[in-house]
Design a binder for this molecule. Structure first.
Ligand SMILES: Cc1ncc(C[n+]2csc(CCOP(=O)(O)OP(=O)(O)O)c2C)c(N)n1
Length: 561
């Protein structure tokens, strides 16, 4: 046993878990930790706001499967990061939040920055603890790190009072291996039951969700579908779960999804849901599609016992790890124990293969997207902010060829895309990383661009400039007689701002030269910003228009329709 201090111990734990990065903002409590990290190969990426560090850590965690350290000053550092930790939680992103705090003697006495961070993050993490003794840091660290990366993955939080960070503890330097984790396996009988249901269906369809949209799930999933030869669609936002060049992939359902995917789902006589909680937003109506039509023969495989069967009447819920389910199913199919050739759906896929894919043309804004869809390299990581324009990128059919779609998921957050694309570029440096956002969103998160420039992370930002919080303006156009309350924006010159921060700035005001502008962006090896002027032409607002129209007004009736 070696005597070391708690900060040294933390660095040993980082190294044992092969961590390459730490993300965050410095604080006085972590000075000793910083000084030890100074001599290691672990790269510290400091951002200008804790939320951006959280998003970067989230995305690196998603893309590597390894919990990343988010280093936060206790108090305001923790409260500033709540949105990012929540996004990681919603998206099952493994993350280890490490914050300092007031001393173990003064905490709770209204000390400086004496905010109960553990309780604040309790609801949005898998576990949140305050360490009360130096000799428990090792135990807590391992427990939390393991918890963060076991299904369902998510953030954990450890707060260490600043005096404890400097205390002496002992550590067994010989025990270095991180834990080997086991996932939840289904039984052979259960997998056979489901394969039998598929074989007996005439129109089986797969619906693929967030729990298999991870590095471990994607390979087996492709193999599984190639063997089954049945059509697949994804839940909203999981457009990249399967290589879209796979002929079996029809696209995502839900908002801005694929009409073909929705129609095929309607036709299905059996739906195998792999790794989705089937939450209500996933099934938002689009193209007037009513998802109640698919209540027959749904088999839902999920790791989430709370939401299994909660939103839909399912024929069967199976609580297990869907990745393990697929792996076992492949083994069973390969062992010839199970013969899919005698299935009842031999020509089912071919019949839908002739269905016309989605068409996308028309207005000026649609032309912009049509050009973007052609010019963005297919092997790209695509980060999207919430916003009426950026979300149209969901219609891009090339997700998942190698790159990934990165969104804040059901968080629906404005402010996610720049940090997310920095994370993607750090996690997978060979793949270009694009962030799509509106002008409102860019002006909210400009300080995240500083981090990309400071650490020379060559992300590519595409900003749709309609000088508005367009999503809200869309409602005002559709329902409030163009009475624009708070939705028009007076921006600084965005290209000028980007250039002055040190990025390459490209202004696209002319659709005739847009292709060249995108080529310039694509070939840039520095952080670069392309601002595209858009028209006030919006897709259907997110929430149902009927719901808002029906609001009763007792007063202020003059302009109310
Ligand atoms: C953090 C956060 N704040 C506010 C919102 C509400 N909101 C959703 S979309 C949107 C407008 C985004 O405007 P912009 O980024 O300019 O994109 P546009 O809709 O114009 O394409 C707003 C304000 C949100 N989802 N997240």
């Amino acid at each position: 046993m070696q005597e070391i201090n708690v900060s040294e111990l933390l660095v040993e734990k980082f190294k044992n878990n092969n961590l390459n990065f730490i993300f965050g903002i410095l604080s006085s409590g972590f000075m000793e930790l910083g000084d030890i990290l100074y001599d290691t190969d672990i790269k510290y990426i400091g951002t200008r706001h804790e939320q951006w560090a959280g998003h970067i850590a989230d995305v690196v965690g998603r893309l590597t499967g390894k919990p990343q350290i988010l280093l936060l000053p206790g108090g305001p550092g923790v409260t500033n990061s709540i949105t990012a930790i929540t996004a990681a939680s919603i998206n099952h992103s493994p993350m280890f939040v490490l914050s300092d705090g007031s001393t173990s003697i003064t905490s709770g006495k209204n000390d400086f920055q004496d905010i109960d961070g553990t309780r604040i993050t309790d609801h949005i993490t898998k576990r949140s603890v305050t360490v009360n003794r130096p000799d428990r840091v090792n135990e807590y660290f391992s427990m939390l790190y393991n918890l963060a990366q076991t299904p369902l993955q998510g953030p954990v939080h450890m707060e260490i009072p600043r005096d404890i960070l400097l205390m002496k503890t002992s550590y067994d330097m010989e025990v270095k291996n991180p834990a080997i984790l086991y996932n939840n396996y289904p039984s052979v009988e259960t997998v056979k039951l489901v394969l039998n249901m598929i074989a007996n269906a005439t129109k089986p369809v797969l619906l693929l969700g967030e729990e298999i949209n991870n590095p471990e799930g994607r390979g087996p999933l492709e193999e599984f579908i190639e063997k089954l030869r049945i059509p697949a669609c994804s839940t909203h936002g999981n457009n990249d779960v399967l290589n879209n060049s796979s002929k079996y992939m029809l696209g995502a359902i839900g908002r801005l999804g694929s009409k073909r995917a929705m129609e095929v789902l309607r036709m299905a006589d059996m739906v195998l849901v792999l790794g989705s909680s089937m939450n209500p937003y996933t099934f938002s109506p689009y193209y007037g599609f009513n998802y109640n039509e698919i209540t027959n023969n749904i088999v839902q495989i999920t790791m989430d016992p709370v939401n299994a069967g909660r939103n839909f009447t399912t024929f069967q819920n199976i609580i297990c790890n869907p990745v393990q389910f697929i792996k076992l199913a492949i083994q069973i199919i390969d062992s010839q124990e199970f013969n899919l050739k005698s299935s009842k759906y031999p020509n089912w896929y071919e019949s839908i293969d002739n269905m016309e894919p989605d068409i996308f043309h028309g207005t000026y804004n649609n032309k912009v997207f049509e050009i973007l869809f052609r010019k963005i390299p297919v092997k790209s990581n695509i980060s999207l902010d919430a916003g009426s324009m950026s979300m149209v990128m969901l219609k891009w059919q090339k997700f998942g060829i190698h790159g990934r779609l990165l969104t804040s998921g059901n968080m629906g957050e404005v402010g996610f895309s720049i940090s997310s694309s920095i994370g993607a570029k750090l996690a997978i440096p060979d793949t270009p990383s694009y962030a799509f956002m509106g002008d409102g969103s860019f002006t909210m998160q400009m300080s995240a661009l500083i981090t990309a420039i400071e650490y020379d992370v060559p992300v590519k930002l595409i900003i749709f400039d309609n000088s508005a919080w367009g999503s809200e303006k869309a409602y005002q156009i559709a329902m409030y007689n163009n009475r624009f309350f708070g939705s028009n924006l007076k921006n600084p010159g965005i290209v000028k701002v980007a250039r002055s921060l040190g990025a390459i700035g490209i202004e696209a005001n002319d659709i005739g030269t847009l292709e060249h502008d995108i080529e310039d962006l694509n070939s840039s090896d520095k952080p670069a910003v392309l601002v595209i002027k858009m028209e006030n032409d919006f897709p259907t607002p997110v929430r149902s228009l009927d719901a808002v129209k029906r609001v009763y007004r007792g007063l202020y009736k003059e302009h109310h329709s």
